[in-house]
Design a binder for this molecule. Structure first.
Ligand code: NDP
Length: 340
């Protein structure tokens, strides 16, 4: 079982092992419950926020000593719910453990495997990435909040990550000029050569972020898809175009209490009439069916690709999660427990 504590900073996580048989779990099930075997677990930065009890959060904190909760892909083993049967594959919130009894089945989505286009199979793990919460975040954030126009200059930070890699590709499909930044040369190569970004740079090796952005955006940035916050946001604010949009999806650099960065350049919101707006993907869930249809079709037509970072085994999950905050993950971070 993945174990968490409410530490102000996180550098490691402890894994606790407890053996419970599935036959014993079945005896604990109530009407409406399903027992699943977890195939894939998703590591997502928002889970870091759940390790702290702070008033401004939009989601309740984890309970110390309880099993970690997160998105996953799972196969139903036993069902006391008429909507699910053994063998169904579902995606939604589950536990960081081999087997979970899920009570809140209303949040689950059944993955339809039988009507899959066999010629372009979709990996099950994509349901926590491209076709799951991160993909939907990119889709809702880009189309609904960025107000994109063909020809806009778009800048994406954490551009090769679970969300960023889709934002960049959607922006390219929309006819935008797209530049991304990431923290290693390997990621920069992927941005330019696999994900179709017009240009990309390693923000860790650029001596002056303001100068770098001026180089890539001589006429200013129309849309900044913000994933990191901190000094990057300050540099971006100096380089926005008039009437630009700063769309705040996340600020992964600001999770740790000691690494908070005060923003200096907010005055540019006035002089450049910038709109800066935060959003939560969960506010747009009515768009989810359209998203699934559109993005599945883009993928099957070869219009978008998706990069995953797959770790093996529950014991690798804590390190995989912590790696999100040091940039270890190249693409969407997933942990395979029992998937094919
Ligand atoms: P990623 O797959 O992008 O993983 C996180 C990445 O952030 C790392 O790989 C690393 O990439 C970068 N990073 C980590 N620490 C720092 C730092 N201190 N400074 C700069 N970059 C850093 O994660 P996701 O795509 O899942 O999430 C991206 C953002 O979107 C997060 O901020 C997340 O909280 C947010 N989010 C928001 C949602 C919403 O509804 N608003 C929903 C889902 C996600 P690199 O090597 O490039 O530095």
């Amino acid at each position: 079982k993945g174990y968490i504590d409410r530490a102000p900073e996180i550098t490691d996580m402890e894994l606790k092992i407890s053996n419970v048989s599935t036959s014993k779990l079945i005896t604990t099930m109530e009407d409406g419950d399903i027992l699943v075997t977890n195939l894939y677990l998703s590591c997502d930065p928002y889970m870091r926020g759940r390790m702290r009890d702070f008033h401004a959060s939009y989601i309740p904190p984890f309970t110390p000593q309880s099993v970690m909760e997160g998105f996953g892909v799972s196969r139903v083993l036993h069902s006391k719910n008429q909507n699910f049967k053994a063998g169904d594959v579902v995606t939604g919130l589950t536990g960081w453990e081999e087997y979970s009894v899920i009570h809140n089945t209303a949040q689950l989505r059944k993955i339809q495997q039988d009507d899959d286009d066999e010629s372009v199979p979709i990996p099950l793990s994509y349901h926590v990435g491209l076709l799951g919460m991160p993909g939907f975040t990119a889709y809702a954030g880009f189309y609904e909040v960025c107000a994109p126009k063909k020809g806009d200059s778009v800048y994406v930070s954490a551009a090769s990550g679970a969300v960023g890699q889709i934002v960049g590709q959607l922006a390219k499909l929309h006819g935008c000029y797209v530049v991304g930044s990431a923290g290693t040369s390997q990621k920069v190569e992927l941005l330019k050569n696999k994900l179709g970004y017009d240009n990309a740079f390693n923000y860790k090796t650029e001596p002056d972020l303001d100068a770098s952005l001026k180089r890539y955006f001589p006429h200013g940035i129309d849309i900044y898809f913000e994933n990191v916050g901190g000094p990057m946001l300050d540099a971006v604010l100096l380089n926005m175009a008039i009437h630009g949009r700063v769309v705040v999806c996340g600020m992964v650099s600001q999770h740790g209490m000691s690494s908070r960065h005060g923003i200096h350049n907010l005055y540019t919101l006035i002089s450049k009439r910038i709109r800066m707006q935060g959003f939560l993907q969960s506010d747009y869930l009515s768009l989810f069916p359209r998203f699934l249809e559109d993005v599945t079709s883009y993928y099957r037509q070869g219009k978008i690709v998706y990069i995953e970072n797959m770790n093996e085994g529950l014991e690798s999950a804590p390190a995989a999660f912590v790696g999100l905050f040091s940039g270890e993950n190249v693409g969407k971070q997933v942990v395979r427990l029992a998937g094919e």
